[in-house]
Design a protein around this ligand. Structure first.
Ligand code: DC
Length: 208
């Protein structure tokens, strides 16, 4: 079984995907980490994430199994990831590793922005997880604050809106729900309720 979980920043898709992976015993790939690690490599080299040459070089040289989790989860890495993700050759360089992961024997679960539309258009289950922008900005701001990041809520909200627009409006693999995706709005759901709703969607699909 292949499960695709897409949606915008802090919609809850990561928590949902990780829990589904444990529940259904499937290997899990957070595809945003590939874009974040690419962006971080560009920043580390002193280059601009919007510089296509530098970004493509970083994506082609990425070692997906050696990503430094402790460094990619910052607001700056997220913003830079959204910039490198606009570049079609970057997406192309990261395509194979995602496809190989998805189509391993036994299936997999992947979360991102274009899993149900581009990476796994024939996934068995597709979820598109949403929540209103203020709720998402507050969630991500609280997470970052707990890690010592000094970003303000206002700045987090403005970054959220900026990233939503960039991710949804790019010409190559824009963030959008696949036609056959099930929409899950987590705005007023607790984490437990959101996860329970996602499990119910997968179980319903399995029975169908
Ligand atoms: O899910 P995330 O916040 O870690 O993703 C960071 C950025 O990476 C996101 O703003 C856009 C890009 N991304 C993408 O374009 N396609 C994906 N499948 C996953 C992430």
């Amino acid at each position: 079984m292949i499960i695709a979980v897409d949606g915008p920043l802090a919609s809850g898709k990561g928590t949902i995907a990780r829990t589904l992976a444990a529940k259904f015993a499937l290997p899990y790939l957070d595809t945003g980490s590939l874009y974040r690690a690419t962006a971080l490599a560009v920043l580390d080299a002193g280059d601009d994430p919007a510089d296509a040459k530098a970004a493509v070089r970083a994506a082609q040289g990425l070692k997906a199994d050696a990503i430094d989790e402790s460094r990619i989860r910052t607001a700056d890495a997220g913003a830079a990831a959204s910039k490198v993700a606009v570049i079609p050759e970057v997406r192309e360089a990261l395509y194979k590793v995602q496809r190989d992961f998805a189509y391993q024997p036994g299936g997999a679960i992947l979360d991102g922005r274009d899993i149900g539309t581009v990476i796994c258009p024939d996934a068995d289950v597709k979820l598109f997880v949403v929540a209103d922008a203020e709720t998402r900005a507050r969630r991500r701001w609280m997470e970052l604050q707990a890690k010592g990041d000094t970003i303000s809520y206002e700045e987090m909200l403005s970054q959220t809106l900026e990233r939503d627009a960039r991710d949804a409006q790019r010409s190559d693999a824009p963030m959008q729900a696949a036609e056959d995706a099930t929409l899950l709005d987590t705005t007023s759901l607790s984490i437990d309720a959101a996860v329970a709703a996602a499990i119910a969607i997968v179980e319903k699909r399995q029975k169908a």
